[in-house]
Design a protein around this ligand. Structure first.
Ligand code: PMP
Ligand code: GLU
Length: 388
């Protein structure tokens, strides 16, 4: 068929594909250890489900306002003010079908043809594809294992050209699990502001931080930074609501209006009763989040201990999100080969680093049970020993 080349050139999301393959193999009776999906294994907390069910029963089954229910936008603005020290008005919040949709809207609205979007690598694999579809050009700045897989202000500066328009920041990071310290983020944001870049700060993993590390909201660093920052967040990760498809961004009103118009012609508002669940998530008790984070932390420590005990693998200590991103260069295999052989020989599903911009790494999600991690590590140990 004669397809639009921007769309025809998109590879399908490998995180979703690995997860689908692992699930299909498990359904066919294979004993799979899945580390693929970046998806909490917990169910959505009961009070959130209850609020959505109540909304359904009360007939909240019609279209919601395109930008989201005002009560939810107010709850989001309140959350951003109290937890993140970000002073957005509810009108500056646009609710969408997941943070992925928010990001897509943002890149569509910001990128003119050929505009450069600077993306620290390793990166979440959907950023470059979204930028390309929007007509922009992703420019990568690489963080090394030696620098904790983070980028430096000098490297960022070196990547900036007259076409640079946007800097993407994602701390805590998918896939690396690393978190930028406040001063590190401030130094990067300073460079961005000096060069007139907008900052898209994807803060979806902000609640998942460990070892006493804190997640910093980029927009809270200074009034100048705030003006140029677009804050993205969602419900999928903190409240185990991946299937609800609910996310949002807050930013300059002009951008919100542009994205709102785009959304009004593409998807309209997200699911109405899901939005009532979102209100309950933000306004309700937060101890459910703390409990999930505590469980992730236990898994993280165990996984990291096992990974770093293996010959041929090294792994930066993850302090955020729910991913570990070991370097596998010492095994002599590139990431696609490593992941394919591990799945075939030991039925362990991991995501190759290549589409994250790091072919010498693979990603393990530890949003799965400790028993799964234990069994998966036993299998991985066997696999790596055979390679030696
Ligand atoms: N940003 C990052 C870094 C992610 O890992 C994900 C994956 N879920 C998203 C955004 C999008 O999440 P959702 O669309 O489920 O809100
Ligand atoms: N973001 C998660 C991941 O990286 C879920 C899948 C996706 O949307 O990419 O695994």
């Amino acid at each position: 068929m004669d397809l639009n080349e921007r769309v025809a050139g998109i590879p399908p999301s490998l995180t979703l594909a690995v997860d689908a393959k692992a699930k299909a193999m498990a359904a066919a009776g294979e004993n799979i250890c899945g580390f693929g999906a970046g998806e909490p294994d917990f169910d959505t907390p009961e009070h959130i489900k209850e609020a959505a069910t109540k909304a359904l029963r009360e007939g909240k089954t019609k279209y919601a306002p395109n930008d989201g229910i005002m009560e939810l936008r107010v709850a989001i603005a309140d959350k951003l003010a109290s937890e993140n020290k970000l002073a957005y008005k509810p009108e500056q919040v646009l609710v969408s079908n997941g943070a992925k949709h928010s990001l897509f809207n943002i890149f569509m609205a910001l990128c003119r043809d050929g505009d450069e979007v600077v993306i620290p690598a390793p990166y979440w694999l959907s950023y470059p594809e979204m930028v390309r579809v929007a007509g922009g050009k992703p420019v990568f700045v690489k963080g090394s294992d030696g620098s904790g897989l983070k980028i430096t202000p000098a490297a960022l500066k070196a990547a900036i050209t007259p076409r640079s328009k946007v800097l993407v920041l994602n701390s805590p990071s998918n896939p690396t699990g690393t978190v930028y310290a406040r001063a590190e983020l401030a130094a990067l944001a300073e460079v961005a502001v000096q060069h007139g870049l907008y900052i898209v700060s994807d803060e979806i993993y902000e609640r998942m931080v460990y070892d006493g590390v804190e997640a910093t909201s980029v927009g809270a660093l200074s009034p100048e930074i705030f003006k140029r920052t677009i804050t993205v967040n969602g419900f999928s990760k903190p409240y185990a609501m991946t299937g609800w498809r609910l996310g949002y961004f807050a930013g300059p009103l002009e951008l919100v209006k542009a994205c709102s118009a785009l959304q009004s012609h593409s998807t309209s508002a997200p699911n109405t009763f899901a939005q009532y669940g979102g209100i309950a998530a933000l306004r309700g008790p937060q101890d459910c989040v703390d409990r999930m984070v505590k469980a992730f932390d236990e898994r993280r420590q165990y996984l990291h201990r096992r990974l770093t005990a293996l010959r041929g693998l090294t792994c930066v200590r993850p302090t955020g999100a729910f991913y570990a991103f070991p370097n596998i260069a010492g095994t002599g295999l590139a990431s696609l080969d490593f992941a394919a052989r591990l799945l075939e020989q030991e039925k362990v599903a991991v995501v190759p680093g290549l589409p994250f911009g790091a072919d010498d790494h693979v990603r393990f999600s530890y949003a799965c049970s400790l028993a799964n991690i234990e069994e998966g590590m036993n299998r991985l140990e066997r696999f790596v020993k055979r390679l030696a």
